[in-house]
Design a protein around this ligand. Structure first.
Ligand code: CA
Length: 226
């Protein structure tokens, strides 16, 4: 797990620094942000492997930040809280956190949790073969097959399909799909998704005549159907 980029969001400098020291000693690359408002732009740009997120922050509180992050990213988040009464909500995953630590905590304990959450997250992400119905995609060899027939996709088509195959049945907005291609969302570019989808459909339909695999959800986006 060494080498992973960990983002610490904590306005109490001494706590942030001691956590950083422990994590750096374990071989992680660490960034610290003290203001909540800087977190979203940072995550969108730097894609940290894990976030340690304090709840009480200047600028924007940790709960609002996490809600916002979950609209575009599944990055593992460990919440830091000083309020015992908040633990229930955090643990109930109402907020979409992966774990929590309660102040005061031992930095050693935090390091153990970070490693555990990362192991879990990387374990899921290593599902390099995705498939749904007759369509299969291998992220290592970048081969896509429909009923066993290999189809050639552009890079954008491949990324869109991989994004959708990771969660079949989920409706993906155009903004979400454009993010999967570019890593960030661009207003006005959403129509290009329609173009990519049209081509994807054509390529898939060659081996699935008369069947809908990518369904439009009018006004919302697209989803896969079997
Ligand atoms: Ca704080």
């Amino acid at each position: 797990m060494a080498g992973h980029h960990i983002l610490i969001v904590e306005d109490e400098t001494d706590i942030a620094e001691i956590l950083r020291d422990y994590l750096v000693k374990e071989g992680y690359k660490v960034s610290i942000l003290e203001n909540g408002q800087k977190v979203i732009p940072f995550v969108r740009k730097q894609h940290p492997a894990l976030i340690l997120l304090d709840i009480m922050l200047p600028g924007m509180d940790g709960k609002t930040i996490l809600k916002e992050i979950r609209t575009f990213s599944e990055v593992p988040v460990i919440m830091i809280t000083a309020k015992v009464e908040e633990i229930d909500r955090i643990v109930g995953f109402e907020l979409g956190a992966d774990d929590y630590v309660c102040k005061p905590f031992s930095p050693r304990e935090v390091v153990v949790r970070v490693a555990a959450v990362l192991r879990r997250a990387v374990g899921t992400a290593r599902e390099n073969r995705l498939s749904f119905g007759p369509v299969a995609l291998d992220q290592d060899s970048r081969v896509v097959t429909v009923k066993g027939n290999q189809v050639n996709l552009t890079v954008s088509e491949f990324e869109i399909l991989a994004c959708m195959l990771a969660r079949p049945g989920t409706v993906f907005s155009r903004a979400r799909l454009i993010e999967s291609v570019q890593g960030y969302s661009f207003e006005g570019y959403e129509r290009t998704i329609d173009f990519h989808i049209k081509n994807l459909r054509k390529k898939i339909a060659r081996y699935l005549p008369g069947r809908t695999f990518i369904k439009s959800d009018y006004g919302v986006g697209y989803k896969l159907v079997e």
